[in-house]
Design a binder for this molecule. Structure first.
Ligand code: IPT
Length: 985
């Protein structure tokens, strides 16, 4: 063994010798066995030193006095112990592409720093005769980051690398009856670090389970289940000769290594949960396996399962918990799957490493497609043009093969896994080909994936990251790619199935444009086409809980970091669904309901489309409701029935003969029975449509009062304007005058970053959108109206917006006093900058915190993310209107506002829109304060309730790592009108 001596040199060699491991037994499946197993999780003794050379002398000796050591719970990452507090073992560091340590040049030997945090672990455990009488005993580590050297009772067992891969050491000859002392030295940096450059928090430790496994004489060390379906179920289990296979539910008994056809069995798919509990037994051991019969094939350029094309409505999933990092308990894993299933996610790419083995059992159980990725990323080599990247350097090939072998062998028996991915962002060389060849030989029953196979010479599918809409269209239409895409469509990629292994970067407020991707890449209309959907980047924000909010890169004093790029998920760090996840459910969900209010009276206004690939809709009940401004009118059930996959149903609901107020039709699809992931009644899909009376009732009548001028300004109805024509008093309340607003606190998709293909936010700031100066150029009375003209422009800028505010006293139809505003704004000069909004902002009293509106809600919505919102009457508090994105940014917009009331114990304002329906945001701080805060805990209410009403709002896009929004969605300066009535409440 290279590292068997205790000298510094010996240790150094093992850390960087490009040998994947020394000591572990051949990789094999994780099996659920009745053979004795001892979970070694719990409190261990621990000491952290600066370097492997500083490990306390003799700490591996069973007699060593470890009273200087401290307690540490295993599994855990030592940097996750109180990282925002006194951090006894250092803090995590967030990096995306950059390596956390210096990178060797391609003509150098591999070196890692001497300063190499090393955790010295000791754990004492007892075993009984069930272990000492076994044929063999294995010590299994499921995840140690990144290098572990292991001793039992003072005798070295060897060492291993591959942080998210299992290693099993044979401890038969070192294990003693009774007390045993395990010692492990874990170093953060090794040559493995160069293969593990995933975009995530960098930390280390024994972060997954450690187990002692007794292996009986004549036991079952490994199994390979081949369960296919081609109209009939076929089963072949590679295993010990003569071992008995039983599936009680199918009344089947057979033996390993014999293929049987089972006519009674049903197929497994990610929609039709059909797992069979089986056992495989020898005289001394019984193993439980769950079998799903399915056949994955690449049929021309289409991926099929059981002969049907499948669509990935997928997400990329890292393992994350805001308090325990990459150590996840089963409850958290179940929560992920339940949330995914509830929001229409049907596929997971395990970016960019194999997850905890237990998670894959749950994927079988909950029914999702899994693209299982190897623990491999060498992204930091990109900065040097990939020179020396391990996938093209033969010195590394054994390490690469070791990684893919451990990946496939551990997880090969899961029906949920339908494809193997070689890794992520590691360039492409011979190493990838060797990995792929090995997989195709070992397991030809699944497709292989590697996005970086840009020559399309190796793997079975063609995938891309973050394509533009035009790009996706070109793939779909088989035309030449616009711009400088990775490759023109001239080679083997023309023959391959296509999906987006990453798209719709869910960082901060977003992603927008999901429905545009959905139309192009997920539409079953292209049923036999090669478009297979994709996987949103990513599932969860990797924020770290500090007790007062979430930390991100840079909060722990890292030398290098990538800021909040680690918070780019569809769920918040605490797994609260973000508005982006609700939009995912509404656009990507396989059950589609569309309501066309114009056609309801023709009997065809409601369309239900079953976009599932296998199952009908008999698990759902479709209900409708007619609601009149919050008042329930009528409800019923739609006879959609057992609509088959890829079929459409058309129908309608009965409407009253006349509609006098805006009314809403809401149609919902609900589960009729409990499932593993939701209770009966859970809403799988919901949509609404607005029915408006024609002509629209006029909300107000002209009042007799005229603008009255006095020494300090103007009075008009319940309002006062100062001498510059600014609205400063409402009833008895003082206001911060309404001004034109073009600014939004940059969302992550507006902010320039290494990967963002935009500079929207910087351009907006350079143009001074956040610091417009508003100058009144005229105030006068015109036929009973107070007409105010303002010019809004930024210091140094020559371009401006001229706004005419035409105010008139009115009475509402229910007799309340008010004023009507007709606003028109016009750009002057050259406006190259994209705007955040074109609207007005006004400062209301801080005591006004109760909000009620008729429009789209209750969830936040934006022009390119509004499918989850429903028309209706919604009530809440100002605090509830804020979405706490980890990095503060524009949030909380609600569109389509017909009426909005905001008030408190003293007074309030009702705003009704006529003509076009504005959007609103209400916050206890300004957009400027939102921009300036780096964390949620830095936001403090400033003494006003700020109301913004947008005539037009900018889209969200997903430009933080993706294309610019579709041209027609972008918001540029243009003339707009707003027509509102403000009345007293
Ligand atoms: C892509 C990575 O594969 C993923 O891990 C993550 O970093 C994502 O970007 C951004 O959050 S790679 C990028 C160069 C497109």
């Amino acid at each position: 063994m290279v590292a068997n001596d205790d000298t510094a040199q010996g240790l150094h060699d093992a850390l960087t010798n490009l040998i994947p491991w020394d000591g572990p037994v051949a990789p094999r499946a994780h099996l659920h066995t009745d053979a004795p197993a001892l979970d070694l999780s719990g409190t261990w003794r621990f000491q952290l030193v600066d370097s492997p050379h500083d490990a306390p002398a003799g700490f591996t000796d069973p007699q060593f006095d470890d009273s200087d050591f401290v307690d540490l719970v295993v599994p855990s990452s030592w940097q996750m112990v109180d990282p925002a507090g006194n951090a006894p073992f250092g803090r995590p560091a967030y990096l995306n592409i950059n390596y956390p340590i210096p990178v060797p040049a391609s003509d150098e030997d591999i070196v890692v720093p001497n300063e190499n945090p090393t955790g010295c672990y000791r754990h004492t455990f007892e075993v009984g005769q069930d272990f000492t009488s076994a044929e063999r005993v294995l010590l299994r580590f499921e995840g140690v980051d990144s290098f572990a050297r292991v001793w039992l009772n003072g005798i070295e067992l060897g060492w291993t690398k591959g942080s998210r891969l299992t290693s099993e050491f044979d401890v038969t000859s070192q294990l003693r009856p009774g007390r045993n002392v395990l010692a492990v030295a874990v170093s953060q940096w090794s040559d493995g670090t160069f293969l593990e450059d995933q975009d995530m928090w960098r930390m280390s430790g024994i972060f997954r389970e450690v187990t002692l496994l007794a292996r009986p004489y004549g036991g079952i060390d490994d199994l390979f289940v081949h369960a296919s379906w081609d109209g009939d179920a076929k089963l072949l289990i590679d295993g010990p000769e003569g071992a008995t296979v039983t599936i009680p539910e199918l009344e089947l008994t057979t033996t390993c290594n014999t293929e049987v056809t089972i006519p009674a069995a049903q197929p497994w798919t990610a929609e039709t949960l059909r797992l069979y509990d089986a056992t495989v037994s020898t005289d001394t051991e019984t193993v439980a396996v769950r079998i799903g019969f399915r056949t994955v094939a690449v049929d021309g350029d289409v991926i099929t399962v059981n002969g049907e094309k499948i669509i990935f409505r997928g997400v990329n999933r890292h393992e994350w918990h805001p308090r325990t990092g990459r150590t996840l308990d089963e409850k958290t894993m179940r929560t992920d799957l339940e949330l995914m299933k509830r929001h229409g996610v049907n596929a997971i790419r395990t970016s960019h490493y194999p997850p905890n083995a237990r998670f894959l059992d749950l994927c079988d159980e909950y029914d999702v497609w899994v693209l299982l990725e190897c623990d491999l990323e060498t992204h930091g080599f990109e900065w040097g043009g990939w020179d020396g990247s391990p996938t093209g350097d033969r010195r590394w090939y054994d390490c690469l093969l070791n990684r893919i072998q451990r990946t496939v062998e551990r997880d090969k028996n899961h029906p949920a896994i339908i494809g193997w991915s070689m890794g992520n962002e590691s360039h492409c060389g011979e190493g990838i080909r060797l990995m792929n060849d090995w997989v195709k030989e070992r397991d030809p029953s699944r497709f292989t994936h590697y996005e970086g196979d840009y020559a399309h010479a190796i793997v079975d599918v063609w995938t891309v990251m973050y394509p533009s809409m035009e790009w996706v269209e070109a793939v779909r239409d088989r035309t030449v790619m616009p711009g400088a895409g990775p490759a023109p469509q001239t080679g083997r990629e023309r023959e391959l199935p296509f999906f987006m292994c990453e798209f719709a970067h869910a960082m901060g407020n977003g992603p927008g444009e999901l429905s545009a991707y959905e139309e192009r890449c997920f539409d079953p209309h292209f049923h036999r086409d090669r478009m297979h959907g994709g996987f949103v980047w990513e599932w969860i924000d990797h924020g770290i809980d500090t007790g007062r909010g979430y930390a991100y890169g840079g909060d722990f004093g890292e030398v290098l970091h990538d800021s909040n790029f680690v918070c780019d998920g569809l769920v918040m760090p605490d797994r609260t669904p973000s508005p982006g996840l609700l939009e995912f459910a509404a656009t990507m969900g396989a059950v589609r309901i569309e309501v066309d209010s114009e056609q309801l009276r023709d009997g065809t206004g409601i369309t239900v489309t079953n976009r599932r690939d296998f199952s009908d809709l008999s698990d759902l009940e479709f209900t409708w409701q007619l609601v009149d401004d919050g008042e329930y009118v009528q409800a019923g059930v739609l006879a959609v029935g057992a609509l088959a996959a890829h079929h459409t149903w058309t129908g309608t609901v009965p409407l009253p003969d006349e509609i006098s107020d805006p009314m809403v039709v809401v149609v919902e699809a609900k589960l009729t029975a409990d499932t593993l992931w939701a209770s009966a009644g859970h809403v799988v899909a919901r949509t609404s449509a607005l029915l408006v009376p024609e002509p629209l009732p006029q909300p107000c009548l002209p009042a007799s009062s005229q603008p009255r001028r006095d020494s300090s300004g103007w009075s008009l109805g319940p309002a006062r304007f100062d001498r510059r024509g600014r609205l400063v008093t409402w009833g008895t309340a003082s206001l911060v005058a309404a001004v034109l607003d073009l600014f939004r606190a940059p969302i992550d998709n507006d902010r320039a970053s290494a990967l963002a293909r935009n500079n929207i936010g910087d351009a907006a700031l350079a143009a001074g959108l956040d610091r417009l100066v508003h100058t009144t150029t005229s105030v006068h009375e015109d036929s009973g109206d107070l007409v105010v003209v303002t010019r809004s422009a930024a210091a140094a800028a020559r371009n401006s917006m001229t706004t005419t505010w035409r105010w008139r006293a009115v009475q509402t139809d229910d007799g309340r006093e008010g004023i009507h505003l007709d606003l028109h704004t016009d750009p002057h000069g050259h406006w190259p900058t994209m705007l955040g909004r074109i609207g007005v902002t006004i400062g209301l009293p801080a005591q006004w915190t109760t909000v009620s509106w008729f429009g789209l809600g209750p969830t936040e919505n934006y022009p390119d993310s509004q499918h989850a919102a429903i028309w209706g009457r919604w009530d809440c508090d100002v605090a509830d209107l804020q979405t706490p994105y980890v990095m503060p940014q524009e949030n909380g917009l609600r569109q389509g506002i017909h009426e909005l009331t905001i008030g408190g114990s003293s007074g309030g304002m009702r705003i009704t829109a006529d003509g076009s329906w504005p959007a609103f945001a209400i916050r206890p701080w300004t957009s400027q304060a939102l921009m300036n805060a780096a964390h949620t805990w830095e936001l403090e209410p400033d003494g006003h309730t700020w109301l913004t009403l947008d005539a037009i709002s900018a889209p969200l896009g997903s430009t933080s790592c993706g294309p610019m929004p579709i041209m027609s969605h972008r918001l540029y300066a243009q003339p707009v009108d707003l027509s509102l009535t403000l009345s007293l409440v």
